[in-house]
Design a protein around this ligand. Structure first.
Ligand code: MG
Length: 272
């Protein structure tokens, strides 16, 4: 049997407040040693994920901007990814709507709603809103598909969702922001495509793990064999109703490490 792990970043593998993954290093080290694919599945941009993968020392496929696109590094495990769009260093499968189209909608809505999207903000403002250091806020602004935003009046959300749907755009809540995105994308759809690629290459005897903390992770958790929910920073859990759900004992990278080490130990016992 083989394992493949999908994981959210913010509030899951990365702490909510300081974005650190230090406490997850023991589990990450085992994942590296056992060559288990770790597919970061995040609302972050490609530029942000590339840096984080570099910091972790991994070269793995990843899913960006809430399921907008799946990137397979060229030559990954010697696989030929002929069915994707070939980019310089990746095979890419795109589900999302281009960012320019999302921004056109946002601009049309701003006279009526108090929307503050990343495209309306300077890098410094994004750094202030997110708590990211300036150089990482630059990467967060390099968007290709989706727009994170704050809404001034919470009561407007249903009206805004309705108007967005007429333009084939949906609104999903992440940990800190709402996100505008094309209706055809979510983490679950991107996970489904990734699973079929792995099944074709490494056989049916593979178990998929999914780890997340927020509403935008639920479609991912619904499509895996072992769904894991990380509590929010205040210890509260997102409402998720899945029969086989594992709940981590701590928020952020500490909870991620505990629960992944548990899954890996169990996996090791079964393989012995
Ligand atoms: Mg999250």
């Amino acid at each position: 049997m083989k394992l493949v792990i999908f994981s959210d970043l913010d509030g899951s593998l990365l702490n909510y407040d300081d974005y650190s993954f230090e406490e997850a290093r023991p589990a990450l080290e085992k994942i590296r040693r056992w060559e288990i694919p770790l597919i970061l599945t995040t609302s972050k941009t490609r530029a942000e994920v590339e840096i984080i993968l570099g910091e972790m020392g991994f070269e793995e496929p990843f899913i960006i901007e809430n399921g907008a696109a799946l990137f397979f590094p060229a030559g990954y495990r010697g696989w030929d990814m002929a069915n994707g769009i070939a980019m310089k260093s990746y095979g890419v499968m795109q589900l999302g709507m281009p960012y320019a189209e999302i921004r056109t909608f946002v601009k049309r809505m701003t006279p009526r709603f108090k929307i503050r999207g990343f495209g309306d903000c300077s890098v410094q403002e994004i750094a202030d809103m997110t708590g990211l250091p300036y150089d990482k806020a630059v990467l967060a602004k390099e968007r290709e598909f989706t727009e994170p935003f704050l809404l001034g009046e919470e009561k407007d959300i249903e009206d805004l969702k309705y108007l967005a749907s007429k333009d084939k755009i949906k609104i999903v809540r992440g940990g800190m922001f709402y996100h505008f995105m094309g209706i055809h994308q979510d983490k679950g759809e991107a996970v489904k495509i990734t699973k079929s690629i792995f099944r074709r290459r490494i056989g049916e005897e593979v178990r998929f793990v999914g780890i997340g903390d927020s509403a935008n992770d639920i479609p991912m958790l619904e499509h895996v064999d072992i769904p894991v929910l990380i509590p929010h920073a205040d210890g509260r859990f997102e409402h998720v109703d899945l029969p086989n759900l594992t709940r981590a004992g701590s928020p952020g990278s500490k909870g991620w490490n505990e629960v992944v080490e548990g899954i890996l130990d169990d996996f090791e016992r079964r393989c012995d």
